[in-house]
Design a protein around this ligand. Structure first.
Ligand code: PBG
Length: 350
């Protein structure tokens, strides 16, 4: 036999030498949920993850930096009293998220890259990523609010703003707004191919957005905090899913159209989300994108694996396998709730 494939597999040192895909701390962004009125509190839907106070977040960042992690993505839990139909709190310069961004910038400066989410879902009382009119999520007025929101985050000190809303034209509009206000160095990481996935369930639970919203079906929504028609209840039917703005999981060609749009509109990085069931899309992006490609291993991917591991059904090393698959498909950057566990425990034993 001249060719023996097993020669290169005979022990770990030769396997390591010929390994084609390697994970590095530099690849990771760690998503963090921040919450008011607590120090550190377990997140029920995401076993092993915690809500952190802004102060606790600073200690967490110290730990992440020790592991070599360069980026965090912040998601705020917003009290019901701040939610409204016009999502006004989203662009309050002094809101909870922006205060946290400012504190983090002051404490850690350039040592960590701070990514803030631009979408209205934490701030709308119906839980959608956009404004609702006559039962529809309206695009252009939503984009105006997103621009104000991105600007406020930039003013607070965000390094990267990450529109996760899937409205059309938002990357160009946000770029223009940032530039006009002197924030030409603030980057945009666009959620480019974001699918209407079932895998966001634990995240929505953690934030209390769609699905956990008190408003369901055909109801009157309080217009609290909104100047227009303030305190008037507007009657609207609320879509129960996000399929009019997030992509259908049947489509791949459409992801290319989104990619072309976002790159031409000035996105500095593009993202595929979720990751593991969308490896074909990550691969397609890598082949076609002139800017770095990020992939988000989302809450449902994490929860499925984490629960199976905790029940002893699947071995912990499946975490590494899932992350390797995402990188092998072509991701330059991986957003993962496993980032910390992986870098602190698993990489030491492999
Ligand atoms: C909302 C947003 C979602 C996630 C990130 N930003 C949920 C959604 O679109 O409903 C999901 C992240 C995850 O599931 O881990 N703009």
């Amino acid at each position: 036999m001249i060719k023996r494939a097993r020669r290169l597999r005979q022990n770990s040192s030769i396997r390591n030498l010929v390994s084609e895909t390697k994970l590095h701390a530099d690849d990771f962004v760690y998503p963090v949920f921040i919450k008011q009125g607590i120090d550190r509190e377990p997140i029920k839907s995401l076993p092993g993850q915690y809500y952190l106070s802004p102060e606790e977040l600073q200690y967490e960042i110290d730990e992440l930096l020790k592991l070599g992690i360069n980026g965090i993505a912040l998601f705020p839990v917003i009290g019901k009293e701040y939610k409204s139909s016009c999502a006004k709190e989203a662009y309050n310069l002094d809101n909870f998220l922006n205060q946290t961004i400012a504190l983090t910038q002051k404490t850690h400066g350039d040592s960590i890259t701070l990514i803030s989410d631009v979408a209205l879902d934490p701030y709308t009382n119906h839980g959608h990523d956009g404004l609702l009119e006559d039962g529809k999520i309206i695009n252009d007025k939503t984009v105006e609010v997103l621009c104000k929101m991105a600007l406020a985050q930039a003013q607070a000190g965000a390094d990267i703003v990450a529109p996760s809303d899937m409205m059309d034209g938002r990357v160009a509009a946000i770029r223009e707004t940032l530039d006009r206000n002197g924030f030409e160095d603030v980057m945009i990481m666009s959620y480019t191919a974001k699918y209407a996935s079932n895998l966001y369930g634990p995240f929505r639970d953690a934030l209390g957005s769609l699905g956990s919203s008190p408003y369901k079906g055909d109801v009157a929504i309080q217009n609290r905090h909104c100047e227009e028609r303030s305190d008037v209840a507007i009657h609207s039917s609320i879509p129960t899913d996000k399929k009019t703005y997030q992509m259908s999981y049947t489509n791949k060609q459409e992801a290319l159209r989104e990619l072309e749009m976002d790159i031409s509109e000035g996105a500095d990085m593009v993202m595929v989300k979720p990751a593991s069931w969308y490896l074909d899309i990550i691969h397609q992006f890598k082949e076609n994108s002139s800017v770095p490609v990020a992939a988000y291993q989302v809450s449902g991917e994490y929860a499925m694996l984490q629960n199976a591991i905790q029940q002893g059904i699947i071995d912990k090393s499946a975490i590494e396998e899932s992350l390797i698959a995402i990188k092998r498909a072509g991701a330059d950057i991986i957003l993962s709730y496993f980032a910390k566990t992986f870098l602190s425990e698993l990489s030491l034993n492999s």
